[in-house]
Write a protein that binds this ligand. Structure first.
Ligand SMILES: Nc1ncnc2c1ncn2[C@@H]1O[C@H](COP(=O)(O)OP(=O)(O)OP(=O)(O)O)[C@@H](O)[C@H]1O
Length: 682
């Protein structure tokens, strides 16, 4: 894929994207997280790039959302979807869904959405998703006890490149290797020429080492799994809870992970634990063993009556002999017992095996001394012995576990991707359930004679009301229509409903209605109500904008809310009538909300449809509104209904005051006056 051919991707971004492991996969699957891993690319930019790649694939010119309000509505419905994701990944991935005029794109997402609607948003799955995140590559792994060695400068560079986790040393000859073996637990010689050389220490000759890095540094795959252990366990849980087809053997992966500590070492091996504890506790145990011997001896000395002949004492003193010779002479047995106890203590405390115990026992000399002291050289040897055994064991376990896990790497990646993708699907499923959505039905490509849109039982997701408080709205428009209606009748909410349904439908998603039929639009121009009268400059630019709109318009859906405030009512009606004429001639679909519907109709050179949201009457003194616009019907205005309401109230008051007979002409509430007004509205 030529990255620079993606809309919005220049040379610099293309270079950044090329640094990704698999840029094509990331772009193809809309993996915003992976795209954002490219240097200098934010999540928001990554989503735009992903949308650009999709546009390129579907030959989509873009620009469906042609106005600020259209973009706002898109953002609002997207937010409703994003709110229903558990993971950040899924929220970012949803950003790659955008309204497109292209059939192939709409159908692609529709197929995905149809699968999504089959999903059950089980609370256990949602809970398990909390722990899933895209996998991370481990940071720098450095292994200090192993090194690579070569005599060749070229191999040296090759080795540094292939296995950066180990240090690479250049040696002259076998002598050099021997020196390295003193500093490292394991030396891996890369040159064939060293084959057959025997040296002290763990020196391995492995000319193929660079081809099998995981064998030489099992820490590498282990670090990957250790770093991602929690995420992988959560993804396993998601697969189980949702009963998803797993891309790898879940039990084997789980078993491998359970053998891994968070720092990449191997867990759950008794022998390794024993050796690790022995190394860690060696000093403390040696100190304790000394105390055992000394306590023992002290006790023995205290309890002993030492009888010594004067001549013997004299000779001892003359020889300058210390208490040690006295000990060996008089307390030899006690000393032997005390030292034995200390040796036993050391062996038991560190749980040493036979070979180690033999060394450990030598830490306390048979030569009597008081106080008894460990031989530091012996303790050091023991430490070296234990450490080497520990590293050998850890190395073997790591290699075994790394071999078990290495094959699961791809499966593990897929496992997490599938879990994250499920979150995207579940967000769509939850949105669709909560808003009682259906998949919309698109008509054929040509608009001629076709419905623009027809919504049955639609409920605007933008209304700030609980779903059960929203009255379902039916509304269909083909061609151009004016929408009249009482104040606060729901005209703006109807435009919002149309806009959100059309946007969701063009995103390929289900829509909040009982049934929706529509044609495929090229773009959506939604103009929100302008606040107050525009000044001359703003008026001019608005008229210019509509002039542009009136030029194009074929394949456009134009929604306009109370444009009349752009200037005084008479002039507004003329301008709106002109715009409607042009849009109608161009075959656009349009709904203009206006309080001047009647005047505009008068001005228009064609029979513009006027639909109306009507107050059906007064119920307990409150206006009751039929939220579904009535076709070809200018809605009665609110003032008329208010007068009707006042007339009714006045009549009731009069009846009450006169014990039944309406009088008229008295007090504030004059029914006759209100009736006179009502006649004028007829
Ligand atoms: N379908 C509906 N179901 C329930 N309530 C609704 C519905 N449509 C609108 N409403 C309520 O009516 C209020 C007014 O709606 P809206 O602003 O759309 O009316 P309007 O006709 O555009 O008003 P105006 O005459 O001021 O322009 C909304 O805030 C909402 O509370």
């Amino acid at each position: 894929m030529d990255l620079e051919s993606i809309p919005g991707v220049g040379e610099k971004t293309a270079r950044a994207l090329a640094e990704l492991d698999d840029p094509e996969r990331a772009l193809r699957t809309g993996d915003v997280e992976a795209i954002a891993a490219a240097p200098g690319i934010s999540q928001g930019r990554a989503a735009r790039i992903a949308r650009g790649a999709i546009r390129l694939e579907h030959d989509d010119p873009g620009g469906f959302l042609a106005t600020d309000r259209a973009r706002e509505v898109y953002r609002a419905v997207l937010e409703l979807l994003e709110e229903r994701t558990v993971t950040d990944y899924a929220a970012r991935r949803l950003e790659t869904l955008y309204p497109s005029p292209r059939r192939s794109r709409i159908e692609e997402v529709q197929a995905f959405a149809a699968d999504a609607l089959e999903r059950e948003p089980d609370p256990a799955v949602l809970e398990a998703l909390e722990g899933v995140e895209p996998l991370r590559e481990p940071g720098d792994v450095q292994v200090r006890e192993r090194c690579l060695a070569t005599t060749d400068a070229e191999r040296y560079s090759e080795a540094r490149e292939a296995i950066p986790e180990l240090s690479v040393e250049v040696v002259e000859d076998a002598q050099g290797l021997a020196e390295l073996a003193r500093g490292y637990s394991t030396v891996i010689a890369l040159d064939e020429s060293f084959a057959g050389v025997t040296l002290e220490g763990d020196v391995q000759v492995r000319p193929d080492a660079l081809d099998n890095p995981a064998d030489v540094v099992p820490e590498r795959p282990l670090a990957f799994f250790a770093r991602n252990r929690g995420r992988l366990q959560a993804a396993i849980e998601v697969h189980r809870a949702a009963d998803l087809e797993p891309p790898c053997d879940l039990a084997a992966l789980e078993d491998g992970l359970s053998r891994l500590e968070e720092d990449g070492t191997v867990a759950g091996d008794d022998e390794l634990d024993r050796l690790t504890t022995a190394v860690d506790d060696l000093d403390a145990a040696a100190g304790a063993a000394e105390s055992v011997a000394n306590d023992h001896l002290r006790q023995a000395i205290r309890e002993q009556d030492v009888t010594i002949e004067g001549s013997d004492l004299l000779s001892l003193v003359e020889r300058g002999a210390g208490v040690d010779s006295l000990l060996s002479r008089e307390l030899a047995d006690e000393y032997a017992a005390a030292v034995d106890a200390s040796r036993d203590h050391l062996v038991d405390a560190l749980d040493l095996d036979q070979g180690e115990a033999e060394i450990a026992r030598r830490a306390f000399s048979d030569e009597p001394t008081f106080p008894v002291e460990r031989d530091e050289d012996v303790i050091s040897r023991l430490r070296e012995e234990l450490t080497a055994a520990k590293e050998r064991r850890a190395g073997r376990l790591k290699r075994e576990l790394a071999a078990d896990l290495a094959d699961q790497r791809e499966g593990a990646r897929q496992l997490v991707r599938d879990a994250l993708e499920l979150d995207v699907e579940l967000a769509i499923a939850r949105f669709a359930r909560e808003y009682d959505c259906v998949m919309p039905e698109f008509g054929t490509d040509d608009a001629a004679g076709e419905v623009g849109f027809a919504i049955e039982g639609g409920r605007s997701p933008l209304l700030d009301e609980p779903l059960e408080a929203i009255d379902p709205v039916d509304y269909d428009v083909s061609g151009v229509a004016l929408l009249s209606g009482v104040n606060s009748g729901g005209k703006t909410s109807t435009l919002d409903l149309v806009a959100s349904v059309v946007i969701l439908a063009h995103m390929g998603l289900p829509v909040p209605a009982e049934r929706v039929r529509l044609r495929r639009f090229d773009d959506l121009h939604y103009h929100a109500k302008t606040q107050g009268t525009l000044d001359a400059g703003a008026f001019e630019s608005t008229v210019r904008e509509f002039a542009d709109l009136a030029q194009g318009g074929e394949g456009s859906l134009v929604l306009v809310d109370e444009l009349e405030s752009i200037t005084e009512p008479g002039a507004s009606a003329k301008i709106i009538a002109g715009i409607l004429e042009a849009l109608s001639e161009n075959g656009a679909t349009a709904v203009f909300v206006s309080h001047l519907a009647d005047e505009i109709r008068e001005m228009a050179a064609f029979a513009v449809t006027v639909d109306g949201i009507e107050a059906v009457g007064l119920v307990d003194g409150e206006l009751e509104v039929n939220r579904s616009p009535v076709k070809d019907h200018l809605a009665r205005s609110t003032p008329e209904l208010i007068v009707e309401k006042l007339a009714d109230e006045a009549r009731d008051e009069a009846v009450a005051a006169n014990g039944g007979a309406p009088s008229g002409g008295e007090g504030d509430s004059d029914p006759i006056f209100y009736d006179r007004l009502l006649e004028k509205f007829e």
